[in-house]
Design a protein around this ligand. Structure first.
Ligand SMILES: Cc1cc2nc3c(=O)[nH]c(=O)nc-3n(C[C@H](O)[C@H](O)[C@H](O)COP(=O)(O)OP(=O)(O)OC[C@H]3O[C@@H](n4cnc5c(N)ncnc54)[C@H](O)[C@@H]3O)c2cc1C
Length: 371
């Protein structure tokens, strides 16, 4: 089988890239190891307003799959809180499994050929064409290869590109009938429970989601993972988030790259996008916006190259990837100087609220609330 573009990974980055390339006239195949795009997810699935504004595809998402949340309630380690809003700003909580299944259907309706249940293991470039064995004896031949296969990209390894080394590790439980103030994303700062990141809770689409992530110590990897339990957080926040006695209906967990975009994300006729390229905010750990936005642009750039209208995107397109300079600096300081004592004392100051508004709402920060 021959295609113009082969994408590895049917999640946000891979589906956005494949769909954009197919809409631009390329023949496109996507190889995905899971049986469905929406199966076995690791993400909370919050989508920021900047993504809704800048990714036209999101305007087509069925309204039943998303719920608008307009504020952030930020809790200090001593559980005092401050409410943050920015006029017109909101997040989408999503029914993420259904959203990814919808994206997968939408990409296929645009002409993408999806190969679910197929593991990518190897690729060789022979006379300007990638040859990729599919495991069933068939070999797929493609003029361009995109690795959208997540934080531990096999494509990056096989192609000798850079690989993520710095991670947060996150775990999330979903509960039916959870109780909390529903118009907020609740964020809990606590160095003991969530070193280097936060705990969170939100009233999602049909379920309450409660999770936390912490910085992984590369030398104590397995010990740290075992330490990442939700019970201490659930106990601590029980006054503001009630999950009831029933066990969670789903558990999600996974690694989040937090070192910024990698040094080498492309080579002749091949590119990495999304988490595979380290394209995740080192501060907020949000990656869906970047995966969708840069995934789609990569698809368009590859189409221009295949049509002979542009140079190989691995030489120029990758320069448009976000640098995250300031966010990497913030990550560096947070890793070294995070202090519950300081946070408890600073929560009510204008400086901390302004910084928090910048983190959550970016340039959309409006006037600070009174109090
Ligand atoms: C606990 C947690 C919570 C998060 N919450 C948020 C959030 O609320 N908002 C946000 O913006 N970001 C969040 N993130 C980050 C976000 O999930 C990622 O940035 C985003 O999923 C990246 O999309 P992607 O398409 O690059 O990669 P992924 O979503 O990781 O998808 C990679 C795909 O490739 C497939 N694959 C992997 N290897 C192979 C192979 N060898 N062969 C075939 N297929 C393969 C996988 O099955 C998968 O479908 C969270 C992450 C975690 C772990």
């Amino acid at each position: 089988m021959k295609v113009d573009l082969l994408v590895i990974g049917a999640s946000f980055a891979g589906l956005a890239c494949a769909r954009a390339a197919a809409l631009a006239g390329l023949s496109v195949a996507v190889v995905e190891k899971k049986a469905r795009a929406g199966a076995k997810l690791h993400t909370t699935g919050i989508i920021v307003r900047d993504a809704v504004d800048s990714v036209p595809w999101l305007a087509e998402v069925p309204p039943t799959l998303v719920r608008r949340i307009e504020g952030v309630r930020l809790y200090a380690p001593n559980m005092r809180h401050v409410d943050l809003h920015s006029p017109g700003y909101y997040f989408w909580a999503t029914d993420t499994p259904a959203l990814l299944d919808w994206m997968s259907d939408s990409a296929q309706a645009s002409g993408v050929a999806l190969h679910p249940g197929t593991l990518f293991e190897h690729a060789v470039l022979v006379q300007g064409r990638w040859q990729v064995p599919l495991g069933d004896g068939h070999v797929l031949r493609a003029s361009y290869l995109v690795g959208a296969d997540g934080p531990h990209s096999r494509v990056a390894k096989v192609l000798g590109l850079s690989r993520n080394e710095h991670f947060l590790f996150g775990v999330e439980h979903e509960y039916r009938g959870a109780r909390m103030a529903s118009n907020f994303l609740h964020c809990f700062v606590d160095r003991r429970l969530a070193r280097g990141y936060i705990g969170w809770a939100l009233d999602g689409v049909g379920v309450g989601q409660v999770g936390l992530a912490r910085r992984l110590n590369p030398h104590l990897d397995s010990v740290d993972r075992a330490a990442l339990r939700l019970d201490p957080l659930l106990d601590k926040i029980s006054q503001v988030v009630g999950t009831g006695d029933a066990p969670p209906v789903a558990v999600r967990a996974g690694m989040i790259p937090c070192g910024g975009v990698l040094a080498s994300v492309g080579r002749e006729r091949a590119l990495l996008v999304g988490d595979a390229a380290g394209m995740v905010s080192p501060v907020t750990a949000g990656g869906i916006h970047y995966a969708l936005q840069h995934g789609a642009r990569a698809g368009e750039a590859i189409a221009a190259f295949i049509r002979g209208e542009a140079d190989d995107p691995s030489r120029w397109f990758v320069r448009s990837y976000p640098g995250f300079r300031l966010k990497r600096a913030l990550r560096w300081s947070f890793d070294r100087f995070q202090s519950d004592w300081v946070f408890d004392r600073l929560l009510s100051t204008a400086a901390l609220r302004r910084a928090a508004q910048w983190v959550y709402f970016q340039r959309k920060a409006g006037p600070l609330p009174e109090g």
